[in-house]
Design a binder for this molecule. Structure first.
Ligand SMILES: [Zn+2]
Ligand SMILES: [Zn+2]
Length: 194
């Protein structure tokens, strides 16, 4: 496993800047991997890990950098809960651990470094120094992953009866004998401009 400093350099490159969220995200992912006993996520442990992230902010990019889990590999899952938390699933052992940043960590950063006025700088330094106990809550959990959620799973591709667009396995909706994509079934996130 790379050191915190090495991972922060990688995170800065991937994210475009170094910020408190990067430090928190790197520490959070390091802690998750440590608890699972995974020390080479980019090498020999490459295919062992699935990560669920619960927020779409800075820390998430850092979690991706440390774990090597990516959306395009089906190894990074996003659950929009607005929490600085992630669940790390070890496919080899079946174990999973959820790590969540403590709300109290901001106040503790203020206490530790009152001499630093800039909040981001203050938290960046404090989040490097604070113990895992002060930064995170941890819980062992069980995550059920059906085959189609795993990286590399290949299945049938079918076509939506309404729009004619192709859909990957098991993402379709079957309604009254018809196969529909999620959009045509009413889950559209956009409105068509006519
Ligand atoms: Zn950032
Ligand atoms: Zn459709």
């Amino acid at each position: 496993m790379k050191t915190l400093d090495e991972l922060l350099v990688d995170a800065e490159v991937a994210h475009g800047h170094l910020c408190a969220g990067q430090v928190l995200g790197v520490r959070l992912a390091m802690r998750g991997l440590e608890l699972l006993g995974i020390d080479d996520p980019h090498g020999k442990d490459r295919k062992r890990l699935i990560t669920f992230v619960e927020i779409d902010r800075c820390a998430t990019d850092a979690v991706g950098v440390v774990t090597g889990c990516r959306l395009g590999k089906r190894a990074l899952k996003f659950r929009d809960w607005g929490k600085v938390a992630a669940t790390f699933v070890d496919l080899e052992s079946g174990k999973a651990v959820r790590v969540c940043a403590k709300e109290s960590s901001k106040a503790l950063a203020r206490q530790l470094h009152p001499e630093i006025a800039n909040k981001n700088q203050q938290q960046m330094l404090a989040y490097r120094e604070m113990s895992n106990d002060n930064l995170f809550t941890e819980q062992w959990v069980k995550v059920v992953l059906p085959p189609e959620e795993l990286p590399g799973y290949k299945g049938e591709r079918i076509v939506c009866a309404k729009c004619g667009e192709g859909i990957n396995f098991l993402r379709e909706i079957r309604r009254e004998g018809t196969i529909l994509c999620r959009g045509c079934a009413g889950e559209q996130y956009y409105e068509e401009i006519l």
